[in-house]
Ligand binder design. Structure first.
Ligand code: GTP
Ligand code: SPV
Ligand code: MN
Length: 617
């Protein structure tokens, strides 16, 4: 066996033993301990260019950047192949696939046996969170994919510094990944090796030793194990035990014209607008927005009784289609260099293109499947779940505190989803319990971020449906318990937003993107006890004149529809939420059932509205 960077610069026995054990199991041709340097990154990119995996983009148009096309079977997270293996089935709950840990281990050992033949095994020591943060956690990913290594270097702190922090005795979360495509002697490699048979892909989390085993996919959350696997599923287990929160949330800082700062976190399901909101440019004069994170927040109770949020990642793995100078100029600037583009169109000038990029399509290009593509050909050029990987530090709107080890104190938490009807533009919860209820009842039309039918309504509590590592009923209880651990007045206010309401003829009723600042402004005013609200059966809605609409051309009828209460729609909504609650059985906290019953009762009463009067809770 040849080894590159073979001398592990660690005395951590546990790590050395684990690597040795996996080398025996997977039988790679070589072992490479990643140091995390730029030279290493460059060398691996070059290796992938030579091997046909990467295409180097034009050095002037897109410096330091690469295009990669995945296998057509490997384009998104595979939720039906994702498992939580807890000793008791009940502990995984009704929202997770469960498998017996002993049997799953046996099955995985068979799959992993010799699976890295002909490939290099990379050892990636990485940290989620600033190294000096009380919430920082160390993981080590073993992978046979150089694509994973270079993406992990953008998405997480990795290499020597992490081994130094780990030391001889430190604990780490072991994350084993293989694309599941061993090479026989003399066999030619393919640009995107993976296991094309979906039934053999496995994304597995063991809740006892908190380890991760991922087999068969090289894409996104299936393969970059620091992200959804560690920072959400495994972290949610640790967080529950230790009294903190691992959430699928963006974190942003909004500054008012008076210079007051508001830190907000927002949980929207995959491909429902986190990245866009996280770095949005407010259209309202005088307001500025800074980004702290676009996908994951680790949140803890501070000594002062407030909730502090920290982004454990260092990069963005964002949806490319729809990203334009009009919708998200900060993302466009972020991906201008040193970025990796997966499954977008390659232009003949050596740059990339995707649908709704806001620039004309190339006359001729190559689509995400490597086929010749022309604008009129009837196929999409980029895959709907095409992604960019880009360093957070390159975002022009990055907040100076984005790497603050303590995190930032939250003033509000937002929930949301894609809801073409019923759900108003914004709705404020009456209380912490009502807010947790709204989060637990969140739903969205499904998107292309996971392999399943897109566009059907599914309940996605707290946007954590595919990411909670334990029983979702216990998860709700964990959130409810927070109100007993601190002064309620110090808790963030909770809001529910919906940028995706449509008219009867299928138009977006709300312009979204930068115009969402109007909603955020009202939220800040509510936090100040000022903004005018109407008390309705479902929550506190903006009074008819409460949203700042200066300079926005939107019809009175559309605005009224966005802010109206659809009583019949909400009766159906409440019934559907109740149906979903049935699945949670005895572990559904009584407080949430009470919130649901109270909602139903309020909907059946004649809604009494104090129109135009500020309603202070
Ligand atoms: P993940 O990375 O999968 O977790 O997704 P995300 O929640 O970060 O979603 P993202 O911001 O990437 O947005 C996904 C899609 O929704 C893109 O096509 C956006 O253009 C679109 N989108 C985002 N914000 C808005 C909005 O305010 N209005 C409308 N109509 N579309 C939006
Ligand atoms: C999501 O699906 O929520 C993502 C993309 O952020 S992935 O990293 O693939 O999970
Ligand atoms: Mn996400």
């Amino acid at each position: 066996m040849t080894t590159i960077n073979s001398t592990p610069v660690t005395a951590n026995r546990k790590l050395l033993n684990w690597v040795e054990e996996i080398v025996q199991l997977c039988q790679p041709a070589a072992v490479h301990w990643c140091d995390g340097t730029q030279q290493e990154y460059d060398a691996l990119c070059e290796l992938m260019v030579k091997g046909g995996t990467f295409t180097r983009l034009d050095g002037k148009l897109r410096p330091g950047s690469f295009l990669v096309r995945s296998h057509a079977s490997d384009v998104a997270r595979v939720e039906n192949r994702t498992y939580i293996c807890s000793p008791n089935k009940d502990d995984a709950g009704p929202t997770n696939n469960w498998a017996d840990p002993v049997e799953m281990r046996k099955k995985l050992k068979e799959l992993f046996k010799g699976c890295m033949k002909g490939r290099t095994l990379y050892v990636i020591p990485f940290a989620m969170g600033p190294l000096d943060s009380p919430l920082c956690r160390i993981g080590v990913e073993i992978t046979d994919s150089p694509y994973v290594v270079v993406n992990m270097r953008i998405m997480a702190r990795m290499g020597r510094v992490v081994l130094d922090k780990l030391g001889a005795k430190g604990e780490f979360i072991s994350c084993l990944h293989s694309v599941g495509a061993p090479l026989q002697p003399g066999q030619q490699d393919v640009p995107w090796p993976c296991e094309p048979d979906v039934s053999r892909k496995h994304i597995v989390h063991f809740t006892e030793d908190l380890s991760i085993w991922s087999y068969g996919s090289g894409y996104g959350g299936n393969a970059l194990l620091g992200k959804k696997c560690l920072a959400l599923r495994i972290a949610s287990l640790m967080a529950r035990k230790e009294g903190w929160f691992a959430e699928h949330m963006l974190v942003l800082c909004l500054t008012s014209p008076q210079g007051k700062k508001y830190y907000l976190a927002a949980a929207f399901p995959s491909a429902c607008g986190k990245t866009n909101l996280a770095m949005m440019q407010p259209t309202l004069p005088g307001w500025t927005l800074r980004c702290l994170g676009d996908d994951i927040a680790w949140i803890r109770l501070g000594a002062d009784g407030r909730l502090y949020a920290m982004n454990p990642e260092t990069g963005f793995f964002g949806v490319a289609p729809g990203t334009s100078n009009k919708t998200n100029p900060n993302a466009v600037a972020t991906v201008a260099r040193n970025s990796i583009f997966t499954n977008v169109v390659l232009r003949s000038d050596g740059d990339v293109w995707w649908e709704d990029m806001g620039v004309p399509p190339p006359e001729k290009g190559m689509d995400w499947e490597g086929r010749e593509w022309t604008p009129g050909c009837g196929r999409k050029g980029a895959h709907p779940n095409a992604r960019f990987t880009a360093p957070a530090a390159q975002c022009p709107a990055i907040d100076p505190d984005w790497e603050n080890p303590q995190g930032v104190p939250l003033s509000a938490i937002l929930f949301g989803g894609r809801r073409p009807s019923t759900i108003p533009l914004v709705n404020e919860a009456f209380s912490w319990e009502h807010g947790v209820f709204l989060g637990s009842a969140a739903g969205s039309e499904t998107t292309s971020a996971a392999l399943h039918q897109a566009g059907v309504l599914r309940r996605d509590p707290f946007a954590m449906l595919p990411f909670c590592g334990y029983h979702i009923g216990d998860y709700f209880a964990h959130w409810l318990a927070l109100a007993r651990r601190t002064d309620r007045a110090k808790l963030p206010r909770i809001f529910f937003v919906n940028w995706f309401r449509k008219s009867a003829d299928g138009r977006w009723l709300w312009p979204g993107f930068g115009e969402n600042s109007r909603v955020l402004k009202w939220i800040c005013e509510r936090i100040e006890g000022a903004g005018k609200a109407v008390r309705t059966p479902i929550g506190l809605l903006p009074a008819p004149d409460a949203l700042d609409m200066k300079g926005l051309d939107i019809s009175g009828a559309d605005l009224a529809e966005l802010l109206s209460l659809d009583v019949e729609g909400w009766k159906k909504e409440a019934a559907d939420v109740g149906g979903n609650y049935q699945k949670f059985g005895e572990r559904l906290p009584a407080e949430l059932n009470k919130e649901l019953q109270d909602l139903k009762a309020r909907l059946n009463e004649e809604p009494t509205m104090d129109l135009g009067k500020a309603s202070v809770r």
